[in-house]
Design a protein around this ligand. Structure first.
Ligand code: ATP
Length: 199
């Protein structure tokens, strides 16, 4: 599986729609300071569901929408799509190419799509779990992340190994089941109380 294409429209400095196709192998992005190189990696993190404005080098989530320049008015929507080649079937879907899209409006409304079908962020997270590609995966390593990984105290290194070992989805399912079990136990207590009152 590899990143095949990214399309950006209205995200940070990219007011006009741009499309970058990645070939297999190593791609370097070069350009003068402030030309938007890091905005491309921010776009990749954002489309994968990043919820922290700080991680995206902003202070509010709508800082990702093109804010205008001296020559150009701000725009009302940001949209990023990434296309992953899935010929290896690493993603658990029946498509050889998967396009993930995130769109946000200034009103705060936000939408996610998988292959142009509206979905929840949860669906994207589940699809990418244990592939290394998700927002917490190891395929996107920001500058601060390397320190996190080398720093034993934070426990982040363990999360990285768990993702690589493919056990994150089992931990997530276990946590969901534990929550359901807890809710069922609470309901059972309530039912027992009612039965006792009726007796
Ligand atoms: P460097 O080489 O210095 O790290 P870079 O090429 O990585 O720079 P970025 O940090 O990706 O550059 O881009 C910074 C530019 O993006 C700045 O000019 C900033 O004004 C612009 N920018 C960021 N957010 C927005 C926004 N919401 N609207 C318009 N422009 C934005």
């Amino acid at each position: 599986m590899y990143l095949k294409k990214i399309e950006i429209h209205g995200f940070k400095s990219f007011a006009d729609r741009i499309e970058v196709e990645f070939e297999k192998g190593v791609t370097g992005i070069v350009g003068p300071n402030g030309s938007g190189k890091s905005n491309i990696s921010d776009a990749i993190r954002w489309v994968l569901g990043e919820q922290s404005a700080k991680t995206l080098r902003g202070s509010r989530m709508d800082d990702v929408i093109f804010a205008g320049t001296m020559q150009r008015k701000p725009i009302g929507m940001a949209e990023v799509s990434i296309t992953l080649n899935n010929e290896s079937n690493k993603l658990p879907v029946d498509y050889s190419e998967v396009t993930i899209t995130r769109r946000v409006y200034r009103s705060g409304e936000s939408e996610y799509y998988i292959n142009k079908s509206l979905c929840r962020l949860k669906d994207i997270k589940e699809m990418l779990m244990d592939t290394g590609v998700g927002v917490d995966g190891y395929s996107s390593i920001g500058q601060g992340r390397i320190d996190d990984i080398l720093n034993n105290k934070s426990g982040n290194r363990r999360l990285l190994f768990e993702e690589a070992a493919g056990i994150v989805k089992y931990r997530s399912r276990k946590e969901e089941s534990e929550k359901k079990l807890e809710n069922t136990n609470q309901n059972l207590l309530r039912v027992n109380d009612i039965i006792r009152e009726l007796k």
